[in-house]
Design a protein around this ligand. Structure first.
Ligand code: PEP
Length: 252
């Protein structure tokens, strides 16, 4: 059965001390109040990875980077490799977030290199896809997302594809307070699953967790997660408050 997953994406927020405090608060609340069958992941800044790994029960909470380098090692000043991420004890890496595609020029070509290195180093990629408002208004979201998948994760061998988590995040809903309606989310998640089925077969499609991201909060998580093709969320703003993050986890 595919996993239910709620992953936080802290982005460029919290200094190290604040991050440790937040991680510990989430750890305490999750231990006491979260359902055991929901996988919880914290996507934290690189500087926080090893300390957050030490601060939480990693049998219960997974730790994720928000990016990794497209090269394995070498003269790439400022980059952090997949191997370095893995060596902190982190298990996941968010790849292809729209903010990285938009502000840092991340292309499908770069993402393919990052995906390969993440997988080689035993990290689980949380692969993000999703359309802009312009694309949505032109009702071209399905074609757009399909192209993103075809240019990247659909090139992977099936055995690697099975290791991924997908996050559908409409750009117009990220950090805007504007959430996709439950129907919009279900519709495109079902579409994504159908494209996976066409490429890798029904069994792989059924096993792939597809998360929704975009202004998800405790008040709308339940309705979103009730959809049969929405397997959880990638959470930005609301992941910065332990109680709100727990409220979303308990949306299942
Ligand atoms: C995100 O950036 O992954 C995200 C979903 O952000 P927010 O929840 O703040 O919209």
């Amino acid at each position: 059965m595919r996993k239910k997953i709620v992953a936080g994406n802290w982005k460029c927020n919290t200094n190290l001390q604040e991050g440790i405090e937040l991680a510990k608060a989430v750890d305490t609340l999750v231990a006491k109040e979260a359902a055991d069958d929901v996988v919880v992941v914290l996507g934290v800044p690189f500087t926080h990875l090893s300390k957050v790994v030490e601060s939480v029960n990693t049998n219960r909470i997974g730790v994720s980077a928000q990016n990794c380098a497209a090269e394995a090692k070498g003269a790439f000043t400022g980059e952090v490799s997949a191997e370095m991420v893995k060596s902190t004890g982190a298990e996941y890496v968010i790849l292809g977030h729209s903010e990285r595609r938009e502000y840092y020029g991340e292309t499908s070509e770069t993402l393919n290199k990052k995906l390969a290195l993440a997988l080689k180093n035993g990290l689980t990629p949380i692969y993000c896809c999703g359309e802009s408002l312009e694309v949505r208004e032109a009702e071209a979201q399905n074609e757009f997302v399909k192209k993103q998948l075809e240019e990247t994760i659909f090139n992977l061998p099936e055995s690697d594809f099975r290791k991924l988590v997908i996050a559908y995040e409409p750009i117009w809903a990220i950090g805007t307070g504007k959430t996709a309606s439950s129907e919009q989310a279900q519709e495109i998640h079902a579409f994504i699953r159908s494209t996976i089925a066409a490429k890798f077969g029904d069994e792989v499609a059924e096993e792939t967790s597809i998360l929704y991201g975009g202004s998800c909060k405790p008040s709308n998580a339940k309705e979103l997660f009730a959809n049969k093709d929405v397997d959880g969320g990638l959470i930005g703003g609301a992941a910065l408050k332990a109680e709100d993050f727990l409220g979303i986890i308990n949306g299942f």
